[in-house]
Design a protein around this ligand. Structure first.
Ligand code: S3P
Length: 187
C-alpha cells in the first residue's frame, strides 16, 4: 500500500494518453525493463464484467463502465511497484486524475493527430467511443482529450519512437528522477 512516505523508486507508474497510442505495448516493455508487474485497466474491467468493452458499453452503458474504471484505478493506485496502463477516457474523471497524480508517477504518451489518424481502422471495432463518429468528430475528441492529459508528471512524444525506444526513454527518465530526488549511497 502507498503512503505519504512511499519512496519515489517504489511508486507505481501510470501511462495515460488517447486510445491506441501504445499505452499497453509500451507499458509491457517498461514493466519488463524494470522487473515490475504490468496491469492494463481495460483488461481488469473486462474480466470484472466477463465481457469485452464493446459489450460492456452496449449492455451496461458507459456510466457503469466508468464507475468500475474508477473503482479499479483507486485500488491499483494504492499499490506500489506496478506499471499501469489507463484507458484513454479515465483521466476525464477528476477523482482519477487526482489519485493518480498523488500516488503514482504519471507519464503522458503524446502522439500527433497526423500519426494517430492512420491507426483508426485498427481501433474502431474495439473502441465504442469512436464508433458512429466522423473523422472530424474524432479529431475534435482527440484535441479535447489532449487538454485533459496535460495534468501529468512527464511527457513522451512518441511519433518518432518504436515501442522499445519509448520504453527506454521512460526508464531513463525515471532513473534520472530517482537519482536526483532519491540519491542512493555509493558503496
Ligand atoms: C476509452 C478508451 C479505451 C477503453 C474504452 C473507452 C476512451 O481504452 O477504456 O473503450 O474513452 O477513450 P484505450 O485507451 O486503451 O483504447
Amino acid at each position: 500500500m502507498c503512503t505519504k512516505e512511499t519512496p519515489l523508486r517504489q511508486k507505481s507508474i501510470v501511462l495515460i494518453g488517447f486510445m491506441g497510442v501504445g499505452k499497453t505495448s509500451i507499458g509491457k516493455a517498461v514493466a519488463a525493463k524494470l522487473y515490475r508487474d504490468f496491469i492494463d485497466v481495460d483488461q481488469v474491467i473486462e474480466e470484472a464484467f466477463g465481457m469485452s468493452t464493446v459489450d460492456i458499453f452496449a449492455t451496461y452503458g458507459e456510466d457503469n463502465f466508468r464507475k468500475k474504471e474508477k473503482e479499479i484505478i483507486y485500488d491499483l493506485c494504492k499499490q506500489k511497484l506496478k506499471i499501469i496502463s489507463l484507458g484513454g477516457g479515465a483521466f476525464l474523471q477528476k477523482e482519477i486524475r487526482d489519485i493518480c497524480l498523488k500516488e503514482c508517477i504519471v507519464f503522458y504518451l503524446d502522439l500527433s493527430w497526423e500519426s494517430w489518424k492512420d491507426r483508426i481502422s485498427l481501433l474502431i471495432d474495439s473502441r465504442p467511443i469512436l464508433q458512429g463518429k466522423s473523422l472530424e468528430e474524432i479529431k475534435q475528441l482527440f484535441n479535447e482529450r489532449k487538454a485533459i492529459y496535460q495534468e501529468h508528471h512527464s511527457t513522451v512524444k512518441t511519433d518518432a519512437f518504436m515501442v522499445e525506444d519509448a520504453a527506454e526513454y521512460i526508464v531513463n527518465a525515471l532513473k534520472t528522477a530517482w537519482d536526483i530526488y532519491e540519491p542512493q549511497a555509493k558503496p
